[in-house]
Design a protein around this ligand. Sequence first.
Ligand code: BGC
Length: 516
Amino acid sequence: MAGKFTLLAVWTLALVNAECKHGSKFPSDFLLGASTAAYQIEGGWNADGKGQSMWDWYLHQQPDLVSDHTNGDVAADSYHLYKQDVALLKEMGAKSYRFSLSWTRILPNGTADYINPYGIIYYNNLINELLANDIVPFVTIYHWDLPIGFSNQGGWLTDEIVDKYADYARVVFAAFGDRVKHWITVNEPNIHCTFAYGYGLQPPLVKSPATGYYDCGRNLLLAHAKAYHIYNKEFRVLQRGKIGITVDHDWPMAASDSIDDIDATEDYQAFHLGQYLDPIFRGDYPHRMVDRVAAASLRQGYNSSRLRSFTEEQKDFIKGTTDFVGINHYSSNYVYRNASVVGMYEVPSFDDDAGYATFTNPSWPESASPSMAAYAPGFYDLLLYIKEAYGNPELYITENGFSETLSEDLYDDLKVDYLRTYLDALLDAKAAGSNVQGYFFWSLLDTFEWTFGYEIRFGLHQVDIDDPARPRTPRKSALVYKEIIRSGVIDYNYNPDPYLRTKVKINCTYNNICNK
Ligand code: BGC
């Protein structure tokens, strides 16, 4: 933290010389790719025996959970159009692709007693198509689409879900592990628990900010660890892959140099990144998080802390369970704690326990997503923080991206700037010793952006969701990214015109026969 303001000064200077800076280049084995998730792109919600996830069920029951009343029933239709997705990756020169598996496409009831052969065929086809095109698959086992049956039984609030998840993980290791060498157990436990079990704004709409948020995170960590041990004991020797977890983290900066703001910033690190990485790297939750929740619980008359502690056995079980860390990073925040924060949050709640507030700098380019603004120096600081705090683990940026609202506009210049400056920051962090080995832009395509539906677009490729054929068209950002991947360098003068390129866009029929 201490060097942050010096780093900022150096960075500002560097930006001024952006066009000729560093001379650094992506090494040829650096995995530049793109990312998606099953519910957000696949569609085929009930195709070929797929069971329902909690997202399927809730959005059918309550369409107004989503601002534009859409859902993921068809989305980009990647269930049918996966070959087009791989063709787009190939066209960009992507070296890797991160996608997630739909639990209920593989296990329609959630349980491992019945495996849907069509689910296995679909992912086999996708994986084989990627490998045939020299694209490395990174597979997320769980990206929020819990089977509805388990969700109705209490989902991530119950201890039983850990074994159900572990059974599912075993099935997918056995089915795909001969070809998949990078597994991500869970996507963003923090965001998932915040919205699904804390605020109750995403399925299964459980509003439990005092305990549910913490119990969800605890069970996701135990599930992650269990999958890791299963992989270790039953598959690693034969399959020789790696397994890690993806956590989300925006970069926090103290809003002033007051002790309160600096302390609040440390608490932000503890409640976000530390909640997940500390048990994995250090064997327990961060002390400052444990202390704050225990003190608040005591004040509120609870007999014990609302943050259930791990037993010694559980601590040992979780510690050391990652071969790499996946980071999803979008933005930075200023953090403060003063009298105005008192009474800001519901009591009891995890927000109140943490006891700080955040804001983004109004001068940073704003995306279409709430509280997401572009500030690349924060990315650099985050990468070096992880290096120092967690012993420089093997690191993949499993998501990073910038959203806009104009789905029809192929000139996504803000996203282009974001991509360039964030990749520049990554190169700098790499030069400063970060063990970052790959980067996945979010997203390859316009996706179903959860409760924002299709109003918010993250895609390198535009998807026309009003057209049944779901045509994909490269935006300027896709062309810029392609050139970065080809040359290994970031050229701020390269200015391709996406409208000229649409004439040669990849055109595929519904049956995946593609022509250029
Ligand atoms: C999630 C994605 C989401 C993205 C942009 C991440 O929190 O993993 O599913 O689309 O952010 O909001």
